[in-house]
Design a protein around this ligand. Sequence first.
Ligand SMILES: NCCCC(=O)O
Length: 381
Amino acid sequence: MNLRAEVVIVGGGVMGTSIAWHLARAGVRDVVLVERDELAAGSTSRAAGGVRAQFSDELNIQLGARSLEAFGRFEEEVGQDIGLHRVGYLFLLSTPEQVASFEAGVRLQNSLGVPSRLISPQEARRLSPLIRTDGLLAAAYSPDDGHCTPEAVVHGYARAARAHGARILRHTEATGIELHGDTITAVSTTLGRIETGTVICAAGAWSRAVGAMAGVELPVRPLRRQIAVTAPVPGLPPALPMTIDFTTSLYFHREGPGLLLGMSDPDERPGFATDTHDRWIPRLAEAMQQRAPALLELRRTGGWAGLYENTPDHNALIGEASTVSRFLYATGFSGHGFLQGPAVGEIVRDLYLGRVPFLDISPLSAGRFAADAPRPEANLV
Ligand SMILES: NCCCC(=O)O
């Protein structure tokens, strides 16, 4: 099959479908999205679903806040219920350094309109009664944050993008990018060749290989992260915030009548493995014992593993390649991508159309590492 498209988006997760919807809704004709599996089958459906604007970097604060607004009007604008719970995010802080860092973050967030604040350990426990306060110095809380259902966001965007004329090709893998000099001429796929002058890489953990097809270096490394879900927890507050122990990285939020919980595992090594294992359980149990011993009593009923798409500074890569004309990318979100999906779709639409985006995103260009200008983010989970 031979196709023609104005733009080919590679990747059918939150970034790809958000970009497709934003472009198609803006009137871009012949938007084609290729996804080698099912929509959201990569990392998006395995995300914890947290949505927040509590970051240390002002770009991340603004990407998060803009996305929170979009999640808030998603049902009305995109036509899909995404199970949004605006229950807040609570970061539990145990050292003077953490408190100082989050104090600075709260000041910056407040200056950008985010209603976060530092609260006492006692107030934190009133919001999140499963925690213990021993050793806690303070917590950072923003009531506007929360969580929602990642695959609902993807399917909402995809359906709405199709309604605006975008074509979404599932089970279609991009296998090559044809260039004439520095100009893109086509994308080869398992379904055939698609003539196009523009490629947008939204391939998440698999972006390095997609970039390499065009000779563009996208420094993304996959890293497995695991999530567990529990049996129903009697008496769980309906508005339980997403609760994160910043020292251990243990986090949990309501998932129906039970909890969804996760934690980083320092023993994980980069790679594409997404099978689950129990090697993280002793560390998880230790973190629970330290910060929320009630969690130890809960029965785990399931879980899954997904991939973070890590960059050297654990921050996103968003921009247009300097060496290949019309190769755009939105990838490397390092664990905070789902929550930035709406804002990034809007920005990539504007980059594509040559408009000035609502935010100058140039500090997140993939060229920042060669220019020795990394952009580290402190509030990582
Ligand atoms: N990355 C898992 C938790 C979501 C978040 O970063 O807010």
